[in-house]
Design a binder for this molecule. Structure first.
Ligand code: TXA
Ligand code: MG
Length: 422
């Protein structure tokens, strides 16, 4: 074996089709501990290589490509300093990871988003509910990257976003009731789960192999412009790392996903602030997830109450009907204490309404979802305020009681998830 062929520290592959056998040096000067790289794809770009990886440490690393030696094969090494391996020379630093571009909303942003989606890339964009992380719904490889970028469990199916009802009907089969809801509330914060059409273009990976598909038309000019420019369906979960609080600002997306996705289109703060309401259009229409459209408004259009999934369906973590219902889903780092009637030392307070709780003056931080008790305003503020309070590293976040009506149902649902101890 020639010295060039011997295993080199940090080597990730060699030759025209490098194998992905990877090691990573830990971040920091002189870090020596090596950890296997996962989720690494490799694109050849002429003779130089590029690594695209969802490993959060790698975007700051440098990929070194060593010029071919006598065996005519290049060697690659990932590290935070030039590899010192004997037998390699002429190191060429190559950028690794993804550079996440951030563009303002507008015609150029929509065009860039459409091109990126068509090329299999990942684009975060605002909807009226929360920022979504979009991928071409028909491109299974792009969707695999999306799951990896979010660190999302692969069983969790995604919502297909489309620009109009005609596009929705190419994907899903709408019975009379589903159509009635679509016509009443689209574009808007409502997702309908319906049977797939024959030849439904949405990749099986996006629907987790189910024969139903979740569809919505977002009511946001930036989302609409992107969907129209792209022309196809775009699957988009909330643009956060799985388990984190959903993003309501481009800055939230950036702090979670920078280096993991291609593009963020910044359309400013969202208006609704909690995710869409999900209704399963089954024999009896069923509320699968409370969200930005209140149950009362849906029931008024249906002229009948929405069914609720059985407790068993909700608590079965392996086969969730709508896995957004899994108990722990939206979680700040701090413990969340619900229906607080006082503030304990070291706690932050997420307030609602005008009442002043005992202990509030000693709170680490106080944010009021809506001093006037307006539930729509509270929903719009919920995720951003949870992030802000969490950033103060309180012992816990105490949350005042919020009425279970209108958007209060969705707010309480998200707060209960945030409160599940992990
Ligand atoms: O407001 C929203 O809905 C945002 C924005 C970006 O549109 N999206 C969002 O996506 O919240 P995500 O992936 O975080 O939540 C989608 C939910 C999950 O709970 C998933 O289990 C459920 O939709 N879902 C998707 N397809 C389903 C299906 N075929 N049957 C039942 N539930 C489904
Ligand atoms: Mg989500």
């Amino acid at each position: 074996m020639s010295p060039q062929q011997a295993a080199l520290p940090g080597q990730i592959g060699r030759g025209p089709d490098p194998e992905i056998v990877a090691e990573r040096r830990s971040r920091g000067a002189g870090g020596r501990s090596a950890k296997p790289l996962e989720n690494v794809d490799f694109w050849k770009n002429g003779r130089s290589g590029r690594i695209r990886t969802c490993d959060p440490c790698v975007p700051n690393a440098v990929l070194y490509r060593a010029e071919p030696h006598s065996d005519k094969k290049a060697a690659y090494s990932v590290g935070f300093g030039a590899p010192q391996a004997a037998g390699m020379r002429n190191f060429v630093p190559v950028k690794t990871g993804l550079e996440t571009l951030i563009l303002p909303a507008g015609a150029a942003g929509a065009e860039a988003a459409a091109r990126t989606l068509a090329a299999g890339g990942l684009v975060a964009f605002p909807t009226e509910t929360v920022y979504g992380l979009g991928a071409d719904a028909a491109n299974a490889a792009a969707i695999a990257h999306l799951y990896a970028a979010k660190g999302r469990p692969a069983f969790n199916p995604l919502i297909a976003h489309v620009a109009d009802i005609a596009a929705a009907r190419r994907i899903g089969r709408f019975d009379a009731r589903a159509l009635k809801l679509a016509e009443a509330f689209w574009p808007g914060p409502l997702t309908l789960v319906v049977p797939k059409t024959e030849g439904c273009p949405v990749a099986d990976l996006a629907t987790a192999g189910l024969d139903t598909v979740a569809i919505r038309i977002p009511a946001h000019p930036v989302a609409e412009a992107i969907l129209r420019a792209f022309g196809g369906a775009v699957v988009a979960p909330s643009a956060n790392i799985s388990g984190h609080v959903s993003p309501t600002l481009a800055a939230h997306v950036e702090s979670d996903l920078s280096g993991r996705i291609d593009l963020i289109v910044d359309g400013g703060p969202v208006t609704v602030g909690v995710e869409s309401t999900i209704v399963g259009c089954f024999d009896a229409p069923m509320l699968l997830r409370p969200g930005g459209l209140s149950r009362e408004r849906i029931e008024a259009v249906l002229g009948a109450p929405l069914a609720r999934p059985t407790v068993e369906a909700e608590s079965d973590d392996s086969q969730p009907l709508a896995p957004g219902m899994l108990a722990s889903h939206y979680a700040p780092r701090a413990h969340v204490r619900l229906r607080a009637q006082d503030v304990a030392p070291g706690e932050a307070l997420l307030a609602f309404g005008s009442e002043r709780l005992p202990g509030v003056d000693a709170a680490v931080a106080v944010m009021n979802l809506s001093p006037t008790g307006d539930l729509d305003e509270a929903a719009a503020n919920l995720f951003g305020y949870l992030r802000s309070l969490d950033a103060k590293s309180p012992r816990a976040i105490a949350v005042m009681a919020i009425p279970e009506e209108g958007l209060g149902e969705a707010i309480n649902d998200r707060l209960r998830r945030a409160a599940v101890a992990r």
